[in-house]
Design a protein around this ligand. Structure first.
Ligand code: GN1
Ligand code: MG
Length: 370
C-alpha cells in the first residue's frame, strides 16, 4: 500500500462503510474535484466513490453538501413514486458522526458516494440514440426537481452563469495581466468583444423576469449522464452546482459538450464542428421530456443557448488562462487557452448553422406538442 492509499484508507475510516477498505484508484474526469474509486472487502458491494472537494471553489462545503442532500433526497422520493422511470440517484454515504463530509486534519474536505456500478459515461457522443437518451435524461432530471421549492437550495456559486459578471471579471483580468499572457491572445479578445452585445440578450430576459427560474443542474456536461449496458441513460451525476437557474443553461451546456465533433481541449481546431444529427437527437429527447413545462421564450432561445453557454465557458477558460490557471485543473501551460479556442471555434460553427439549429427546435416542438 503506497502513501496515498494509506492516506485514503485513513480518510475512508471516518465514513460509515460496509466492509473494510481494500484499495483505491484515482479517477479524474472533472476539472475541479479529485475522485477515487474505492473497493472494500465486502464482495457483493459495488464499492464507493470518494471525492476531495475543492474548497478554493466551493467555499461553503456545508452548504454544498446540504444542497446535494436536499436534491438527492427529493429525487429518491420521486423515483420511489415513479418506478416506471427506471432511473437512479446518487447516494451520499455519511461519516460515522452523521455528517455528510469529512474535514481532515490538514483542512481538506472529503465526501463519499455509493459507487454506481455497471454504468458508463461518454466524453464523446458516439451516436444519435445516445444523444436522444441523454436529452431525455436531463429533461427528466429537471422535471423531477420542478416541485422542490427553490428556496431550499442555496446559490452555491453566486453568479455562476451571470454573463455580465463573467465579462466584467474578464476585463479586470485583462487589465491586471498578472502573468503576462494577454499579449498572446489578441484574436480571442477580439472574438469576445465582437459578440458581447448579443450575449447580453439572455441576461436581459432574466433581468426582465421573462425566463422562469427553475432548479437546474448548471453543469450538464454530457459525461455527467451515466448509461447502462443497453445504452439507457440511468443517472445524472455531479450535483455540485444544482441551484436555481434557467433551463437554457442546462440545454446549452449539454450541446456544447455533446454535439461538438471534437473534444473540449482538441489542439487541431479543424476537427471542431457542430454535429447537427447529434444536436437534433438531443433536442428531441430534451423537448420530449420538458415540453409540458417549457414557455415560448424558453423555446425561442433554446438553440441560441448552445452558443451562450459555449461562450460563457470559453470566456471562463480564457480568463483562467490570463490569471495563470488558478481555477480549472490543467495539464500544460496553454491548456486553458486551447480549451477556449475550441469553444470559440464551436461558436463559429454554430453561427453558420444558426438557422438550422433554430428550425430543429421548432420541428421537435411541433412533433411532441399534441
Ligand atoms: C467544470 O469539473 P467539471 O468538469 O465537472 C466547471 C463547469 C465547466 C466545466 C468545463 C464548478 O466542471 O462549470 O463547464 O468544468 N465546474 C465548476 O469543462 O466550475
Ligand atoms: Mg462539474
Amino acid at each position: 500500500m503506497n502513501k496515498m492509499e494509506r492516506n485514503i484508507k485513513e480518510i475512508i475510516s471516518h465514513f460509515s462503510i460496509e466492509g473494510e477498505f481494500l484499495d483505491s484508484e484515482k479517477n479524474n474526469t472533472g476539472h475541479i474535484n479529485d475522485s477515487y474509486l474505492i473497493k472494500t472487502t465486502s464482495a457483493d458491494h459495488p464499492g464507493y466513490f470518494l471525492q476531495w472537494i475543492n474548497n478554493y471553489i466551493f467555499k461553503d462545503v456545508n452548504g454544498l453538501m446540504n444542497n446535494i442532500g436536499t436534491v438527492t433526497g427529493h429525487l429518491a422520493e420521486k423515483l420511489a413514486e415513479n418506478p416506471e422511470l427506471d432511473f437512479k440517484v446518487l447516494e451520499i454515504i455519511p461519516c460515522t458522526d452523521g455528517r455528510k463530509y469529512y474535514l481532515d486534519e490538514q483542512g481538506q474536505y472529503w465526501r463519499l458516494y455509493r459507487y454506481i456500478d455497471h454504468m458508463h459515461g461518454y466524453d464523446f457522443v458516439e451516436n444519435t440514440n445516445i444523444a436522444y437518451e441523454g436529452g431525455k435524461a436531463f429533461g427528466i432530471f429537471m422535471s423531477l426537481l420542478a416541485d422542490l421549492p427553490a428556496d431550499r437550495l442555496m446559490e452555491i456559486i453566486p453568479d455562476f452563469h451571470n454573463m455580465e459578471k463573467r465579462l466584467d471579471t474578464f476585463e479586470k483580468s485583462l487589465k491586471a495581466d498578472h502573468v503576462d499572457r494577454v499579449k498572446v491572445i489578441p484574436d480571442e479578445i477580439e472574438f469576445i468583444r465582437r459578440r458581447t452585445g448579443q450575449m447580453l440578450n439572455i441576461p436581459a430576459l432574466i433581468k426582465a423576469g421573462s425566463l422562469p427560474k427553475r432548479i437546474t443542474h448548471n453543469d450538464t456536461k454530457f459525461n455527467n449522464i451515466l448509461f447502462d449496458a443497453g445504452e439507457h441513460a440511468m443517472c445524472i451525476v455531479d450535483l455540485d452546482t444544482v441551484m436555481p437557474g434557467s433551463i437554457l443553461f442546462d440545454f446549452g451546456d449539454a450541446i456544447r459538450t455533446g454535439a461538438n465533433t471534437a473534444l473540449e481541449d482538441e489542439k487541431d481546431l479543424s476537427k471542431v464542428d457542430i454535429n447537427l444529427p447529434i444536436y437534433e437527437a438531443y433536442t428531441a429527447g430534451f423537448i420530449k421530456s420538458t415540453l409540458h413545462t417549457l414557455t415560448e421564450v424558453e423555446i425561442d432561445n433554446l438553440a441560441f443557448s448552445a452558443r451562450f453557454m459555449t461562450f460563457i465557458i470559453g470566456l471562463r477558460f480564457l480568463t483562467d488562462f490570463i490569471d495563470g490557471d488558478p481555477y480549472f485543473r490543467t495539464s500544460y501551460p496553454e491548456h486553458n487557452l486551447d480549451r477556449a479556442k475550441v469553444q470559440f471555434r464551436l461558436i463559429e460553427a454554430m453561427e453558420r448553422e444558426a438557422e438550422k439549429m433554430q428550425a430543429i427546435v421548432k420541428q421537435s416542438v411541433e412533433k411532441y406538442r399534441d
